[in-house]
Design a protein around this ligand. Structure first.
Ligand SMILES: O=c1[nH]c(=O)c2ncn([C@@H]3O[C@H](COP(=O)(O)OP(=O)(O)OP(=O)(O)O)[C@@H](O)[C@H]3O)c2[nH]1
Length: 199
């Protein structure tokens, strides 16, 4: 549709690539944020709330475009949902450092009680003021052993086939990935909105 772009409201390069990959089937130009745009303080207590904060901030700069924002994280049942919305920042350092801290907190907890979820919420803001959301969840367990190459949460997140997420992804892009599930729904919501707009 002439004039409308998709603007991806993320400051994370990997996430940007994943969003661009799924949304490339939508017949609109996809752009990322200009380098000098302020990051958003993620102060909400839900993934949906933080995804909304991201799109609302970016919409102020691009009121006539479709804004796509995503918030995700890991929730661990034995830790009452922790780290949840704080997954990217509950302590200093890298995701690998934080993953190590989670392993320490789960010391002695048997595998059957180490159930966890990766959750992704995508928020969409449309030029007519409409706001829509989609959500994806992936269930698994926090592994008992720390792998030798701990780079992030994907290295401690065990799937039902006994592989950790990053090991699985080396072989195939999982259609069951929380972010992929939320993004595929979001793609359809954008297509539906465009169809209604043109009919
Ligand atoms: O190893 C992983 N495999 C995954 O599949 C996965 N999905 C989410 N995460 C982690 O969850 C937090 C999201 O934080 P988040 O949504 O606030 O994103 P972000 O701050 O990086 O970017 P932005 O979009 O806010 O700019 C970050 O710590 C991510 O590493 C994953 N880690």
């Amino acid at each position: 549709m002439i004039g409308i772009k998709i603007v991806v409201a993320t400051w994370n390069k990997v996430k940007l690539e994943q969003i661009q990959m799924v949304l490339k089937e939508v017949p609109l130009e996809i752009t990322s944020l200009s380098k000098d745009m302020e990051d958003v303080e993620e102060t909400a207590i839900t993934f949906k709330g933080n995804a909304r904060l991201k799109i609302e901030t970016v919409k102020r700069y691009y009121p006539n475009d479709i804004i796509v924002g995503e918030d995700s994280g890991l929730t661990i049942d034995a830790l009452e949902g922790f780290p949840g919305v704080k997954t990217a920042r509950f302590s200093h350092g890298s995701d690998a450092d934080r993953a190590q801290l989670l392993m320490d907190r789960l010391k002695g907890v048997p595998l059957s009680k180490r159930t966890a979820q990766f959750i992704s919420v995508v928020a969409l803001a449309f030029p007519d003021g409409k706001v829509l959301h989609s959500q994806g969840t992936m269930d698994g367990w926090i592994a008992k052993d720390i792998p030798s190459r701990l780079k992030g949460y994907g290295d401690i997140f065990l799937l039902s086939n006994d592989k950790v997420l990053t090991e699985q992804l080396e072989h195939t892009i999982s259609p069951y990935d929380h972010r992929q599930i939320a993004l595929f729904q979001a793609k359809q919501l954008i297509i539906d909105w465009l169809e209604r707009k043109t009919t």
